[in-house]
Design a protein around this ligand. Structure first.
Ligand code: MF3
Ligand code: CO
Length: 253
């Protein structure tokens, strides 16, 4: 289960972790332009996290025998869905790139991602990004004590319109570790699943595709791509369920 924030102090540390995550993501978004490489963005992220007294959660992450993840960010361009490894290929005008960032501050993790356009992008790409981001905020609205997990999944999935909903990946609990229970599918039935309670912290991360939602992992052991080679988008925020409703810990000011 996700961290159960029993004390106000733990929530405050999660808030600080989220604030750092948002600040660093804002710097990264500003740095995205034609010609920039994933390695440059990753270096910027590592510096900015260190300057803030925090650690990059993803570096060295190696679940279930996978090769240790090398980056502070995941950097996934166009048909790459998630977990792309930063490389030295330059971004070009019209690309869309998902930048996913994990920050650990005093032992508490926040996880958040945004997909941004490089220079001006096609209407098709813009619409995909907007719809995916809207579904994230619909999911956040449903992250309320007394609701069920399926209410979040249903809220996200209901926004997908004609897009393919990726089934193999989803959101998760977050707290002392990055990936905690429960797994949160981006589709589902309202009124089903575990009951949500104040103190739970969840990373919601919708992933929608222009084409078929099937994915595969490439030979680097990490990068997940769309099997049909078509565009995909990914957004993520870390959300605390409080007595006053959802609090988005990683929100960019
Ligand atoms: N937000 C991504 C996820 O929950 C972060 C993955 S980090 C990696 O899957 F190190 F595993 F790539
Ligand atoms: Co995540």
């Amino acid at each position: 289960m996700s961290v159960e924030l029993k004390s106000a102090a733990a929530l405050d540390v999660m808030r600080e972790s989220g604030r750092i995550n948002a600040e660093v993501r804002a710097l990264l978004i500003e740095a995205v332009r034609p010609g920039v490489t994933g390695i440059e963005l990753d270096t910027l992220a590592k510096q900015a996290i260190a300057e803030r007294g925090a650690q990059p959660t993803f570096v060295g992450y190696a679940p279930g025998g996978k090769p240790p993840y090398p980056g502070a960010i995941c950097y996934s361009v166009n048909e790459q869905l998630v977990h792309g490894i930063p490389n030295s290929r330059a971004l070009k005008e019209g690309d869309i790139v998902s930048i996913d960032l994990g920050v650990t501050y005093e032992g508490y993790v926040t996880d958040a991602a945004v997909t941004v356009g490089v220079g001006s992008v096609s209407d098709k790409a813009l619409e995909l990004m907007q719809t995916t981001e809207q579904s994230l905020w619909a999911g956040i609205e449903a992250a309320r004590a007394g609701n069920r997990l399926g209410d979040i999944s249903h809220a996200i999935g209901s926004c997908a319109k004609h897009y393919g909903i990726v089934r193999g990946y989803g959101g998760h609990g977050v707290g002392r570790q990055m990936h905690m229970e429960p797994h949160i599918p981006n589709y589902g039935r309202a009124g089903t699943g575990i009951r949500l309670q104040a103190g739970m912290v969840l990373a919601l991360e919708p992933m929608f595709a222009v084409g078929d939602p099937d994915t595969e992992e490439i030979s680097d052991g990490w990068t997940v791509v769309m099997s049909d080679g078509k565009l995909s988008a990914h957004f993520e925020e870390t959300v605390a369920i409080t007595g006053d409703g959802p609090e988005v810990l990683t929100r960019i000011a």
